[in-house]
Structures are given as C-alpha cells and as structure tokens.
Design a protein around this ligand. Structure first.
Ligand SMILES: [Zn+2]
Length: 331
C-alpha cells in the first residue's frame, strides 16, 4: 500500500443476523470472515490507537509503517453481540459511531421503517386502503400508482409519512422495537468504553447529508458529537459522516472544527483536503477476501491519482491552508 501511512477500514454489521430481512440481503462479512480480515491485518499491518491517529493528523506525529485502524458505524446491537467478542479475542482497538436518536432502541431509522412496512403490509390490505394511501403519499409530495414504488420514493425529508402509514396498516413500530434489539443500549456502550473502545457521533438520526441544508448538517453533526461526549463523559470528540461526504462543504468543516478533533468519511483510499478528516475504506460488502479488496482499492487510488483526484474537492469558500500546498485539480 505505497504512499499510505494509515489504512482505516469501515464496517457496519455481520451477514444474515439482522431482524430486517431486506437488510439481510446486503453482503457483510460473516463472523468467520471478519476474523479472517483481522488475522490478515494483524499479520500485514500495525494496529494503532485513536490517540495515535489524532496525534498524527493534528500534530504530525509519525505512525508506524502500515498502520491500520477499524471503525464500525450505525451503533447496531450486533456490534456488541457478534463483533465485540472477536475484537476482544484478538485485542483489536476500534471506534464505533452511533446515532443518539436510536441508542437504547428509542426509534428506528427511516429506511428500516420503510422495510418493516414493505415486509408487513399484505397485498389485499394495500388494495383495501388504496384511496387512503394514495392521498397520504400525495400529501407528502409523492404521486404514485403503485404502493411499493411510492414507499421506496420516501426519503429523509418526508419520512414522517412512515409513522402515518404504519398506523394506517396497523404496523406497530413500538412493539417491533420492544421485540427486536436493533441498536446498542447505553449500558452496552458504557461497557465497551470501559473495555477501551472509542465512541463518536454519526449524526442524530442518519440522514443523507446531500438531502439536508448546511444548517441541518451542522446541527446533526454538532448535536450528535456533543450528545455522545456528554452522555458517556468522554474527553475526546469524533464524528463519522452517515453518508458519502465528498459534497460536504468546507464551511461545515470550519463550523465543527473547534469542537471535533477528528472526522471520518467513507470515500475510500486517498488523502482528504481537510487534515483532520480521515477517509475510510469499506471492504465488508466487497464479497472478496480482504487482500483482494484492498488491492482493488489501491488500483482505484492509483487511477484516481493519475487523473489528479488524489485530494477530495469541496465546495464553499476554501480557506484551508492545504489547498495551497497541493496540486489540486477538479475531480
Ligand atoms: Zn451509517
């Protein structure tokens, strides 16, 4: 991995263990495969701590060659039940990024609500309530003739419709949350912190940042960072974007900088224009062994470097000093 002093990998879940059958169609690592990833990394790389990365990014401290760090997004209960034991067994440091609205199973992400409705509502109920759901979707700006097409068109900004649809079709989200532990509990997070794992914000309720205004992005970011820090008495503050962050403006980074030491993206291998922003690579859905997944990422990186896309370009007023020291071209 020439030119790379630090490899940061991102994971979410484990294959086939979710209570949502549609999410179970996603490719993740099995427990065995995650352990194989870790054994490979242990052999080829040097695991570092969050403070090593902070010191490296903010103060230029050198990292050992081939440094690696693992992160896990979305605060799913599977992180405690299935992933934590593997990390502890191999003594692997890791950071977890969570959404305050979902901690303790208080609510369900809007995509999971969509899946729950899609999987629960029967075709004859859809036929019976046709007039009602058509006018409900219309109220939220969605014109569709087919129930499932209309449902899939629901995004973060009109996701309030999902609670109304749930009550129209007697889909009991509260009961679902009582019967299925989707997210980590505060107690599990406290235990993991005492075991040496790090926690950070991942926005309040996981919108796509492209779908919300700059002010909402700032609120989502800062409130989640502050919540995690205060709720668990942490002395550091970290944040991972809940969606691809290549369009996030410089202004957002300027706003959050005073209160967030490090931020993490998911764009892949490459150096970000923001010094305190660490790009991560997702290998869990690659369906190939980590050795191959990393080679493919590296190839992508080489091609992008060749095309002048080594540094991620951000919109907004560019104030950052690094832009003047690097040969930045429009990606
Ligand atoms: Zn996420």
């Amino acid at each position: 991995m020439a030119n790379r002093d630090l490899l940061v990998l991102n994971y979410h879940s484990i294959m086939g263990v979710d209570s949502d059958p549609l999410i179970n169609k996603n490719i993740y690592r099995t427990e065995k495969e995650l352990e194989q990833d870790i054994l490979f990394l242990k052999n080829e790389y040097h695991f570092v701590s969050l403070s090593d990365i902070t010191e490296h990014k903010l103060n230029g401290k050198k990292l050992p060659p081939h440094s690696v760090f693992l992160t896990f997004d979305d605060g799913l209960a599977v992180n405690y039940r299935k992933i934590r034991p593997i990390l502890l067994k191999h003594n692997i440091p890791a950071a977890f990024f969570i959404n305050p609205f979902f901690v303790d199973n208080k609510d369900l992400h809007y995509q999971r609500k969509k899946n729950l409705i899609a999987c629960t509502v029967l075709p004859d109920e859809v036929d019976r309530e046709r007039g009602l759901w058509i006018s409900l979707f219309k109220k939220y700006g969605i014109n569709a003739d087919n129930f499932h097409d209309a449902l899939s068109a629901v995004g973060y900004n009109n996701s309030n419709i999902l609670d109304e649809l749930a009550s129209l079709f007697n889909v009991n989200i509260e009961q679902y949350l009582n019967e299925h532990q989707v997210y980590l509990t505060s107690q599990q997070i406290e235990q993991m912190i005492s075991e040496g794992f790090w926690f950070g914000g991942h926005s309040m309720d996981h919108p796509k940042y492209d779908d919300i205004t700059l002010q909402e992005q700032i609120n989502q970011t800062m409130h989640s960072v502050d919540w995690v820090k205060n709720r668990f008495g942490l002395r550091y503050s970290i944040f991972a974007f809940p969606s691809r962050d290549h369009k996030v403006s410089m202004q957002l980074f300027e706003e959050i900088k005073p209160k967030t030491e490090l931020t993490f993206g998911v764009i892949g291998m490459g150096h970000d224009i923001i010094q305190s922003h660490v790009q991560r690579i997702g290998v869990e859905s690659s369906g190939v062994p980590i050795r191959v997944a990393l080679k493919l990422e590296y190839l992508k990186y080489v091609v992008h470097s060749y095309l002048g896309r080594k540094v991620y370009i951000r919109s907004g007023e560019v104030k950052h000093r690094y832009i003047t020291t690097l040969n930045v071209r429009r990606a």
